[in-house]
Ligand binder design. Structure first.
Ligand code: ATP
Ligand code: MG
Length: 265
């Protein structure tokens, strides 16, 4: 057994772009999902939310996205209070949320269409992002003609196409096989290294969280609050194959497991 307790968080090196202040959420029927979540998300970093199923991870992402209101507290993005969705934030949904009646290219271009970007321009951008996620040749297919993993890539391409500063990703790799998932994880590392985007990522996989993240936030059981923050001290930017072999990788996996275990029945 290695480190038993979660490593205390160090001061984030980058300024926070997303600030969550005392956010609570109670759904109709008195379901209390979040009970006072306060968190900073540093710019240009990847932060992962981990927590027991049903603890409120999707709820928190949706509140940051402005898709649903908080019951209390507030969210600031780039210094502005969130009151609804905005072009600086893009959401990759747990269930893809593709439009079944629209082709791949139209799905990917949809965010740009909403913003009134002319057709030729938005389709050119969509084509670039479709190629980037490895779906070149599938532009005119419809979601039902794709596998789960391919649909997930369409969702990712759609989020990338709008060129948002903050990408909110709700279990974006949950529906793909292990090999594809590893490839996606490597792609994520590359995206984080090459673009100054801020990623807020949700996964159920401790290993995936440690592999891709600069910071991992452990949420408690519902009604959720921040239980611990783990920052794996793994050097990034080198050979991604070395990450899983780094001693700090194993330490972080163990810390997180210890942090989550107490929420299991
Ligand atoms: N629209 C809604 N109306 C009422 N209750 C809801 C609604 N959406 C979510 N909840 C409840 O809020 C709690 C948190 O749900 P949420 O989807 O945020 O959890 P989660 O952490 O994303 O779970 P999972 O890991 O299974 O995806 C759950 O108890 C859920 O039943
Ligand atoms: Mg969820």
């Amino acid at each position: 057994m290695i480190a038993a307790a979660p490593v205390p968080a160090a001061e984030p090196v980058a300024a926070p772009i997303v600030q969550v202040r005392g956010v609570t959420k109670t759904y109709a029927g008195n379901v209390e999902a979040l009970s006072g979540v306060t968190l900073d998300f540093p710019e240009g970093r990847l932060t992962t939310l981990l927590g027991p199923s049903g603890c409120g991870k999707t709820t928190l992402l949706k509140i940051i996205a402005g898709l649903i209101p908080a019951s209390g507290g507030e969210v600031m993005v780039a210094g502005r209070k969130v009151t609804g969705p905005g072009p600086e934030r893009a959401f990759v949904f747990q269930d893809f949320a593709l439009m079944p009646w629209a082709s791949v290219i139209r799905n990917v271009a949809f965010g740009l269409e909403l913003r009134g970007v002319p057709k030729a321009e938005r389709e050119a951008a969509a084509e670039r992002h479709i190629a980037r996620v490895g779906l070149k040749g599938f532009e005119l297919k419809y979601p039902h003609e794709l596998s789960g993993g391919m649909r997930q890539r369409v969702g990712l391409a759609r989020a990338l196409a709008v060129d948002a500063k903050v990408l909110l990703m709700d279990e974006p790799f949950s529906a793909v096989d292990e090999q594809t998932r590893r490839k996606f994880q490597e792609d994520m590392l590359e995206l984080v290294a090459n673009e100054r985007k801020t990623f807020i990522f949700v996964t159920h996989s401790i290993e995936e969280a440690v592999y891709v993240s600069d910071r991992i936030v452990i949420l408690s059981r519902r009604p959720s609050r921040v239980s611990a923050i783990v920052e794996p001290r793994i050097p990034r930017g080198g050979d991604p194959e070395l990450i899983r072999r780094h001693p700090a990788y194993l330490d972080a996996v163990e810390s997180i497991w210890q942090g989550l275990k107490k929420y299991l029945d």
